[in-house]
Design a protein around this ligand. Structure first.
Ligand code: NAD
Length: 480
């Protein structure tokens, strides 16, 4: 079990509490399949307590703070995360499985996110609306109130903070529910928030199952906004729950993202980026390049280099800091193996991996896996696998590349590799995704908005749009 400086308890109203039902659930280390820690299984009563605590704080102490004071508190939180950078990264590696260097990069992103929102807290302004001399009309930006944040396990703290930090900066109070697979870093964040002086009830963390704690949180009438990041299937359920008591909703869902390489591209750069874009975080990234679309004339050269580089990646437990750790859970491992079998059965050519590495008999490890000659109608070309599995498909010209890229239900990101600026921007116009990256992957930082279209969801996080998710506009009109 992990030795830690924070209690395995719910964090509600500034206190560490057991769940009302007294039940616990285990979170495993995916590299060893052993129990890492046990945390409370929150039920509807716990959700009630957490929402009431957040509600009280919203109308109490938090409403008395100025935006600048909220910014300063967030800066202190960023500094506390910096001071505990390695400890937090180790928690992520043990709980999620990712290589330690990737976990460190995640924590650096957490710090940047908190700092960005800290700086923005006192720069959010309304408008004046010119209606002539008789009426003065202006807008106030007001915080929504209590907001719920439901996050997945692939970047546990990174995704939590992506919505929690702007919500706090905007003046909301928060109830955060981490994924059941990776609840630990959110609890550690809560203890740091307490240390740096966030008032009781401003940030609450409840660990628990989605169908139970998550659903109760989403439908709670005092929750005035919901940000959900996760799968399309759960996103649909969350949307239905929100409809019971309508409130603003941000849905950040999955992707089946195309990295498109034209014959005039810088191939070395495209191959290097594709390796990271496909296999980083063991392929468990919403914006992973899970489809490689290659112009026919360069496929041999590209695939020779790509296969070679992929076969050299080292699969190892996260603390040994290889290139790929294990998948997060047995369920995800089985799911990925199911897709691999379906690809083979549908006639795609498996040219690398497809199985557990021979040297790792325990843990949810999977070799980097490549399918070639994949037809767009195959399941592995259409559905999100969320594992280190890539499918490659060939195209002849720009038009076909666009049709293939857009020919899935998802629309999160796409990438275009070409030296031709006209072609790059034509594709950028026509690709049905929330982001288009040109001659690079994972471009953009905490300042740049991200989000999906089509089944990948709606709403934008990061940057100033990320803050506006937690603000509502009030219009004031005065007759003179
Ligand atoms: P998931 O949908 O299974 O779970 C996400 C969260 O929802 C968890 O905290 C879970 O407990 C909760 N949940 C489950 N059922 C619920 C319900 N009925 N009501 C309320 N909450 C419920 O997703 P996952 O497997 O944890 O994450 C992987 C998915 O997340 C992938 O599809 C990935 O693409 C997506 N994702 C998207 C983004 C993005 O920014 N678009 C980022 C990361 C991950």
């Amino acid at each position: 079990m992990i030795q830690s400086e924070f209690p395995s308890a719910l964090f509600i109203g500034g206190k560490w509490l057991p769940s009302r039902g007294g039940e616990l659930f285990a979170t495993l280390n995916p590299a060893t399949e052993e129990i890492l820690a046990e945390v409370p299984r929150a039920n509807a009563e716990d959700v009630e307590l957490a929402v009431q605590a957040a509600y009280k704080a919203f109308y109490g102490e938090w409403s008395e703070t100025t935006p600048a004071e909220r910014g300063r508190l967030l800066y202190r939180l960023a500094q506390a995360v910096q001071a505990h950078r390695e400890e937090l990264a180790k928690i992520e590696t043990l709980d999620n499985g990712k290589p330690f260097k990737e976990a460190l990069a995640d924590i650096d992103g957490v710090i940047q996110t908190i700092e960005y929102n800290a700086g923005a807290a006192d720069k959010l302004q309304g408008d004046t609306i010119p209606l002539g001399k008789e009426v003065v009309d202006f807008t106030w930006l007001e915080p929504l109130g209590v907001t719920a944040h439901i996050v997945p396990w692939n970047f546990p703290l990174g995704i939590a903070v992506r919505s929690v930090a702007p919500a706090l900066a905007a003046g909301c109070t928060v109830v955060l529910k981490p994924a059941e697979e990776t609840p630990l870093s959110a609890l550690r964040l809560a203890s740091l928030a307490k240390e740096v002086g966030f008032p009781d009830g401003v940030l609450n963390v409840i660990t628990g199952y989605g169908e139970e704690a998550g659903a109760a949180l989403v439908r709670h009438p005092l929750v005035r906004g919901v940000t959900f990041t996760g799968s399309v299937e759960t996103g649909r359920k969350v949307m239905a729950l929100v409809a019971e008591a309508p409130k603003p909703l941000v849905l950040e869902l999955g992707g089946k993202n195309a990295l498109i390489v034209f014959e005039d591209a810088d191939l070395e750069r495209a191959v290097g980026d594709a390796i990271e874009a496909v296999f980083g975080n063991c392929g468990q990234v919403c914006s992973a390049a899970s489809r490689l679309l290659l112009q026919r004339s360069i496929q041999d050269e590209f695939m020779l280099r790509f296969r070679e580089r992929a076969s050299q990646l080292r699969v190892a437990p996260g603390l040994e800091d290889g290139d790929l750790g294990p998948l997060v859970s047995e369920e995800q491992w089985r799911r990925a193996m199911g897709y691999i079998q379906s690809g083979v059965a549908e006639g795609a050519r498996l040219t690398l991996g497809g199985q557990r590495p021979a040297h790792l008999t325990r843990g949810y490890f999977l070799m980097p896996t490549i399918f070639e000659d994949v037809q767009p109608s195959m399941r592995i070309a259409q559905e999100e696998i969320f594992a280190p599995v890539v499918v490659t498909t060939l195209f002849e010209d720009e038009e076909q590349a666009i049709q293939l890229a857009n020919g899935v239900s998802y629309g999160l990101v796409a990438g275009v590799y070409t030296q031709d600026i006209r072609r790059a921007l034509t594709l950028a116009q026509r690709l049905e995704t929330g982001s288009v990256w040109i001659n690079g992957w994972y471009l953009g930082g905490v300042q740049a908005p991200t989000g999906g279209v089509k089944a990948s969801g709606f709403g934008r996080e990061r940057g100033l749009p990320g803050l506006h998710n937690y603000l509502q506009i009030k219009n004031i009109a005065i007759r003179l």
